[in-house]
Design a protein around this ligand. Structure first.
Ligand code: GUN
Ligand code: FE
Length: 415
């Protein structure tokens, strides 16, 4: 079936670029983008057009690191550093997801809030609970949020919800057996080195290799955490080696934070195809630091953005994009490394994440459409007509859910 969308088209197909097509057309066949056209080609003249008028049509967002069971504690416990925050608030909150009815309610709201905020792809941590994890996958799938979800593995230093090693592994297998969702797939999720025994890490590494599963975890977020990993793994010169030792450091592994990753750690990421997920809001909230994003990119590390709910307090990825820009400006003041421009940060929040999941670069023909439609007409009236690039910048800074008039995920209109 042919579908045609009309509006002001904006996308960032490469890092730093921004292309604008005023009053253009997106031509879709069964949800797959065929062409981006400045005028409607003659052969489509008879096809109905979904006309978004003067609104902006741009690629949707991808959130490559969030903790779904921390949604209930959003905006709480923000006065503590990472390890105390985990012990005081986080592990206790996640323990509640033993209760499936509670999980259903929270995850239904989260899935709805993600899609209405324009996030169509995620890589999410669940809790350690297999059944709640399946509920999360189901709720994301039915809301139209695609990507990866991981049942968390943690068999030490993890509060009241900690699991035994054998249980952690058998529950992981039970979870994998029950993952039958077309658009939401499993990702192995050892929480972080301090929460996983060597035995657990070893078995997860084997599972990742045997079943060719992707992996996500945390890396070099906080100095206390790094010192702890050094104590637990005295044979590892650096944090990342505790993952490599067990086969968890591989192509497409997602590592959240990387705030304190030095040149050697960054080069190890680039060499192995490990991705850094930059979580700027969380890094500031928990006083972890400002991550060396420009350096990571210059060294060839693939970078995408994450909300890191609930270390991060903003689910909307345009707000996370703005926070990434602000954090990069603080970095510039400290180190002289140039800050992220709006098109660069937007690339990291959209295109980079879509590419991680095998999607297109911006509005690239041949891929299912992931897009949002933004009506900026109710933002403060400007003094003069704005260019599309100016309207784009203002929308990234100011848009709220109410400005997002439509969301397309995997080629299907979801709101
Ligand atoms: N490291 C281990 N667990 C967590 C978590 O839940 N949030 C953050 N920000 N870092 C972590
Ligand atoms: Fe996290």
């Amino acid at each position: 079936m042919t579908a045609i969308l009309h509006g002001n088209i904006i996308h960032a197909p490469s890092f730093g670029s921004l292309e604008t097509i005023p009053s253009g057309y997106l031509i879709l066949e069964d949800g797959v983008l065929q062409a981006v056209a400045p005028t409607l080609p003659e052969r489509y003249a008879a096809c109905p057009v979904t006309d978004y008028g003067d609104a902006l049509i741009m690629p949707s967002f991808a959130d490559l690191h969030l903790h779904a069971p921390q949604y209930p504690m959003l905006g709480m416990g923000m006065d503590l550093p990472l390890l105390e925050w985990l012990d005081t608030y986080t592990f206790r909150t996640e323990a509640r997801f033993e209760d499936e009815a509670y999980a259903r309610r929270v995850y239904r709201q989260l899935a709805r809030d993600l899609i209405t905020s324009g996030t169509t792809r995620v890589s999410a941590f669940s809790s350690r609970h297999t059944d709640a994890t399946l509920i999360l996958m189901e709720e994301l799938e039915s809301a139209g949020v695609t990507g990866y979800v991981g049942k968390v593995n943690m068999d030490r230093n993890s509060g009241p919800s900690q699991e035994e090693t054998a249980e952690s592994l058998s529950e992981t297998l039970r979870w994998l057996e029950n993952c039958h969702f077309p658009l939401v797939k499993p990702i192995l999720t050892p929480r972080f080195t301090p929460s996983c025994t060597d035995g657990l890490m070893k078995e997860l590494g084997k599972l990742a290799a045997d079943r060719d599963l992707p992996v996500q975890s945390h890396l070099s977020e906080n100095t206390g955490e790094i010192a702890w990993v050094k104590e637990l793994h005295p044979d590892c010169a650096q944090y990342w080696e505790s993952y490599r030792k067990y086969g968890l450091w591989k192509d497409r592994t997602l590592m959240a934070h990387c705030v304190h990753s030095d040149q050697r750690e960054q080069e190890a990421m680039a060499a192995s195809g490990v991705w850094a997920v930059h979580c700027a809001a969380s890094n500031v909230n928990l006083c972890s630091g400002t991550a060396p994003v420009r350096e990571l990119i210059e060294r060839g590390v693939r970078v995408a953005l994450g909300s890191d709910i609930a270390g991060g307090d903003q689910l909307a990825m345009n707000k996370v994009t703005v926070m990434s820009i602000r954090a990069s400006k603080l970095q510039q003041m400290e180190t002289g490394k140039p800050f992220l421009t709006v098109p660069e940060a937007y690339y990291l929040a959209s295109t980079a994440g879509h590419l991680y999941f095998g999607g297109g670069a911006g509005f690239q023909p041949g891929y299912k459409l992931h897009a949002i439609v933004v009506d900026d007409s109710t933002l403060p009236e400007p003094t003069r007509p704005l260019t599309l690039a100016e309207r784009f910048e203002r929308s990234i800074y100011l848009m709220e859910k109410r400005h997002i008039k439509a969301v397309y995920s995997e080629g299907v209109s979801r709101i």
